[in-house]
Design a protein around this ligand. Sequence first.
Ligand code: AMP
Length: 580
Amino acid sequence: MSAEPKLIVGIDLGTTYSLVAVLQAGVPVVLPNALGERLTPSAVSVLDDGRVVVGAAARARAVLDPRNTALAFKRDMGTERLYELRGESFRPQQLSALILAALKQDAEAALGRPIEEAVVSVPAYFGELQRQATRDAAAIAGLHVERIVNEPTAAALAYGLRAADNDQRVVVFDLGGGTLDVSVLEIVSGVIEVQATAGDVRLGGEDFTDALAELAASRLDDDDRAELREHPIGWARLREACEGAKRRLSTEPAATVDLPDLPFGPGRRSRLHQSITREQAVDAWAPLLGRLRGPTERALRDASLDPGRLDHVLLVGGATRMPCIQHAVAGLFGRPPLCSLPPDEAVAMGAAVQAALKARDSAVADMVVTDVAPFTMGIESSVRMGSQFVGGVFAPILERGTVIPASRVKPFSTVADFQRTIHFKVFQGEHARCADNQQLGEYVLAKLPELPAGKVSVEVRFTYDLNGILEVDLTVGGTDRTETLVIERSPGRLTAEQVEQARQAMKRWKVHPREELPNLTALARAEALFVELIGPEREALGQSIARLRYALDRQDPVLIRQCRELLVAHTTQLLGGSEG
Ligand code: AMP
């Protein structure tokens, strides 16, 4: 009897939304969350009773309680930033872990078996620290990461299943909530090679929402605008309304932003009612649209690819639903892009394909993936200026675009007579000066043989694996002494002990049980809407909210279900027409 095959899920841990998918009978299937939805907002909120909620309920709370709600924390992965939510500090890894734990539970509920392993996607542009932070987040959530996969590679895998046999050159243009990735791929009879990647880690759909909020605010008089900016709830509500307007503008020529009861400072409330046309929005977005060109040209240049030789441009990321983005992409590449898969699901689907590949699912056995190093990595060296040496010079060892896994070696030698130590500093980046690149780690190689300058050589070997993890080995010439560089002082990197502590902390947090999420989300969404309304509509919604609260107090499952369904229907009806 053969053992049950290993089941690895694919996870797209996105800036705004996260998804979990699995390959079933050779087809990637996105699994639903506790609400039956496929996209789980990457949001975490701490309630006033200290309970932690994730997903849609947390997203709705961003309006009601922005101070105790964390969004877009993927942007801070690999940094030392701490989020303070109701007096408790959370690292970006811990917030991501809460999302991953929720997706793990969703997958377990959908598949009816425990899930312990995942393939997790990251932007191709993520450096080593951010990749490690992603692994740490998974470890905190109790998931082993079988593979970190670049998002564009995953997208190509999702399309690859459907692709024809002939060789193709493909660009994946991925504009998500927070990041832009442009990747050039070559697909040759089932083998996908990433030839170049470029991007912007600070450009995404959220910036388009911010720009709409700025446009709406710019139409207010100076005092109102200044006061609104000072008011976190007011601003969050304006932003939320603009997010809806942005989505409606993807299918309609104009959208209305209507906030009936906006706080403009102590005790003063008034209505904000504006119409934004597509043309006005596109004008406001012009600086953002302009920023699509740089990474596009760099990716094409690095791959030495003339756009005329491209076979396909794939659109990935929710923000590529915007017609102005599709138009801009068509202009940049001189051809209409393909968007046959849902752009916000393609990466998760591809991660599921990669997961099946790891688990050796026979449906994908013939596909092979290779990848490239997203950054140049090297060490600090010095140049001779007369009798002096000037330091701070970046000496690349493993160049950006090298197909990985890869190992590259370079010899260095001492610069002073009888030099006993060499201080190695490892950097990643594309700049000539080390100061302009990101330091990954350092190591002091001591007890070198006492010899004249230049007579002691050290071979520096960089080994970069498919998960984007770098190992540096230092071998002293003429000996078999080799030391492996331990990266000690990287800000944002967690030690094994810290990961364990974070795991324990996660067990202490009172995370809302999955089965309560539908009630909690229905309440949070209705309460966020309640803030928006005035008059009889507000009163009626207040009554529906009170009914569900009463049923929850009574702990009567039949009544709870009835009241929740009524509240969801009531909320949906009130939102009718105003949400896209
Ligand atoms: P992703 O991280 O790929 O899920 O992308 C999320 C981003 O896509 C967010 O900024 C959303 O506002 C944006 N988005 C999703 N749907 C639409 C739509 N229909 N029109 C415009 N933007 C959208």
